[in-house]
Design a protein around this ligand. Structure first.
Ligand code: EZ4
Ligand code: CO
Length: 406
């Protein structure tokens, strides 16, 4: 079964998505997600380099193609490279599954569990709003929730947006074509506030569910250690991205000071971003999604090593990972032993006009789907009706104007 055609579909049904489509001589079509939020054209360009390398290759040789693209590039790692290789890898797993008539999780060893626990985002402009939102999600059956609220005294807070178009998912949705929004950050206001937020949620709703919070790379290691310690009484499932992720050594300091579990890696793309973190047992959860982590092939290998160190999965699942990438996350999550949780932020309604079938959450868990391949269907004509809509993530400054991590 040879690859005979490849096409990059960049479409914006509410969010921008980069989808690779590969076609075989048997007429089997596979899809892969390569979306890197705010840098979509870079992935599209990288994929244009890859398509000529794929034409004529045996579509069933997934591992060999991965090695060919990774080692063959000479230039290694990085978000654009690894998202592009991932898109190819997902499309090939999709093709193999469809050709054999089995879901991808079956190719990976079958399901290791009966359901995938997911977590949604519970956000609000006030603590009361967050508590109400969390209560509603628990009522829907969720077993885990992420809580974020607007920090009093700050005009905006990451993950919390008051615009009407964000209500559905809490997703950050900048204006089309504009320069990045500039947000203002003050660590002391944040550090004073978060323990109160978390305490209120536990006081009002109890301990019968898993509780998560995301610091979004804003703290120093010693601040992160302090926050983790304050949160210990509330038995967090994790504290996410406490410090800028690329400084692996920083986690040694955080770990000395707190037993709050740590998750990191939504901006990582390779085992080598985790080598110190995992082998020194500095983290508890891997956040890298299939889309950004070199595909199912690389992330599965990474999770295999992580398992030996007791580190579990919590793959990134924001609305800027396409439904194809979400499906790939789910297939890997079903199959690996060391699954932790699957983030499922949800999608704007228009997304389902283009992605007409993809994994769904019911009663807080992903529903097992035995559709062959990744199980995602795409209406390519509809995709053309939602052209690329250039947007940027915001930047962040301290109150004195110094640029800070967003
Ligand atoms: O800000 O996906 O945990 N989730 C997050 C996300 C990220 C966006 C960036 O594109 O931190 O909401
Ligand atoms: Co995050």
């Amino acid at each position: 079964m040879r690859i005979v055609a490849g096409e990059v579909i960049v479409s914006s049904p509410g969010r921008n998505f980069v989808t690779l489509k590969l076609v075989t001589d048997d007429g089997v079509v596979g899809y892969g997600d390569g979306t890197v939020n705010g840098r979509e054209r870079a992935v599209e360009g990288y994929l244009q380099h890859l398509i000529p390398l794929l034409i004529g290759r045996d579509a069933t040789r997934i591992e060999d193609t991965w090695q060919y693209l990774y080692r063959g590039a000479y230039w290694r790692r990085g978000p654009i490279t690894m998202a592009s290789i991932s898109a190819v890898d997902q499309a090939l797993w999709d093709i193999s599954g469809k050709a054999l008539g089995v879901p991808v999780h079956r190719l990976l060893g079958g399901t290791s569990r009966d359901y995938l626990m997911t977590y949604p985002h519970c956000t609000g402009m006030t603590v009361d709003e967050v508590v109400d939102e969390a209560a509603a999600k628990l009522e829907e059956g969720y077993k885990a929730i992420r809580v974020q609220a607007a920090v009093p005294g700050l005009a905006t807070t990451y993950g919390v947006h008051a615009h009407a178009d964000d209500e559905e998912t809490g997703a950050y949705e900048p204006a089309s074509g504009a320069l990045p929004d500039e947000e203002i950050w003050d660590t002391k206001l944040y550090l004073d506030f978060v323990p109160k937020l978390v305490k209120r949620v536990r006081d009002e709703l109890g301990y019968g569910f898993e509780l998560l919070h995301d610091s979004h790379h804003r703290l120093t290691p010693i601040e992160a250690g302090w926050l983790g310690k304050q949160l210990e009484p509330y038995r967090m499932f994790w504290l996410e991205d406490a410090t800028p992720a690329e400084d692996q050594a920083a986690f040694r300091l955080i770990r000395q000071h707190t037993t709050t579990p740590l998750a990191v890696g939504e901006v990582f793309n390779s085992w080598f971003d985790y080598q110190t973190l995992i082998t020194e047992r500095l983290i508890d959860f891997v956040r890298t999604p299939v889309t950004h982590g070199g595909g199912i092939t690389h992330l599965r290998q990474l999770m295999g090593v992580a398992d030996f160190y007791g580190v579990r999965s919590g793959f990134h699942g924001p609305s800027d990972i396409s439904p194809v990438g979400m499906a790939a996350n789910c297939h890997l999550s079903w199959s690996i032993h060391n699954f932790g949780v699957q983030e499922y932020m949800g999608y704007p309604e228009q997304v389902s006009k283009v992605f007409t079938r993809f994994p769904v959450v019911e009663n807080g868990v992903v529903v097992l789907d035995d559709t062959p391949g990744l199980g995602v269907e795409i209406d390519e004509d509809a995709a053309k009706r939602f052209p690329f809509d250039p947007k940027y993530l915001p930047v962040n400054r301290k109150t004195d104007g110094t640029l800070h991590d967003w």
